[in-house]
Design a protein around this ligand. Sequence first.
Ligand code: NAD
Ligand code: UFG
Length: 332
Amino acid sequence: MNILLTGGAGYIGSHTALVLAQAGHNVVLFDNLSNSDAAVPEKISSMAGKKLPFVQADVRATDLVEKALREHRIDAVVHFAGFKAVGESVAVPIEYYANNIHGTVSLLQAMQRVSVKTLLFSSSATVYGLPQYLPIDEAHPTHAINPYGRTKLHVEEMLGDVARSDAAWRIMCLRYFNPVGAHESGMIGERPNGIPNNLMPFIAQVASGERERLQVFGNDYPTADGTGIRDYIHVMDLAEGHAAAVHYLQSHQGWDVINLGTGQGYSVLDMVRAFEKASGRGIPYVIAARRPGDVPACYANPAKAKRLLGWQATRSLDDMCASTWQFQRNRV
Ligand code: NAD
Ligand code: UFG
């Protein structure tokens, strides 16, 4: 298939591009590089062993999206492009609504014009809000608790309306849990700007000596060791989940949501120990106050993905840490 990846030069997009290209698809990257490196499209091409066309443009430029869809005779779109930092979304919500909501409307308009009606959307476990039960399945009520989460929920609902308006649409919202890790080569990975908000990139920078110590946000949660529990999923497993979903949509119309997680929760201290093992470095840490908005534990019930897509995560926590460390060593 000919597949356009908006945000294809980003963290999850770049790994998915590689997996799709290696599965024989013709992949086109569409990215404005607002949060990615201009070298990434070349790197993916060299890893895939074939040149992936790259369109540097903003998804809100509807005419440019339309042009790319026509020129590359696109059959399906994976929509990664957007902003993703929870704290930043509280500070600059208009930017988040403009990019995440308007960006998706623009994409849908372009797709409508050229009658491309197959779409995968990057959603997030954040749409579940405070877990009411664990593990979280797709029937769990949704309740976004910050502007970022609200943009994801609004887009999911908008996509449901679109699918109901015309039976030709095939739309899948993939709710990612906590993507971590990198391609095993360490050539592509997550490249946070400034001080990382997320645990794994922060730990990697402590291991490499870029940062002095990790702050563990709370050790008084009702969990075995008192620290927060999350469902960390290897980005290559996540990428393969997209390939399975693209395949699924070829024979399924309508709208659906699927969790992409492992079903296994690890605590902050589990992550510290696993990274120490993978890197052979000590990770100094201090216990700090709880971070506002954090939940004690969040992990997926991934049964629907297995049932519908025939996909499940296979890589271990050690794989996640080893590949993160490989990427970290390549970049410093
Ligand atoms: P990322 O920032 O690495 O990738 C997003 C890419 O989109 C970047 O390359 C950026 O330059 C591009 N982009 C942003 N706005 C654009 C626009 N208007 N036009 C064109 N390109 C644009 O982020 P990521 O971690 O790869 O996340 C990809 C998607 O997955 C996002 O929608 C994010 O909300 C979602 N998601 C991420 C996580 C996570 O923890 N990484 C978790 C759940 C969901
Ligand atoms: N943590 C620390 N110290 C840090 C960073 C994080 O102790 O420096 C802890 C957090 O308190 C939490 C765990 O590590 O218990 C994971 O935190 P992350 O920031 O890595 O991930 P979150 O689960 O908070 O959020 C991530 C994304 C969201 C997304 C959510 C669910 O950042 O955008 O996963 O998919 F919505």
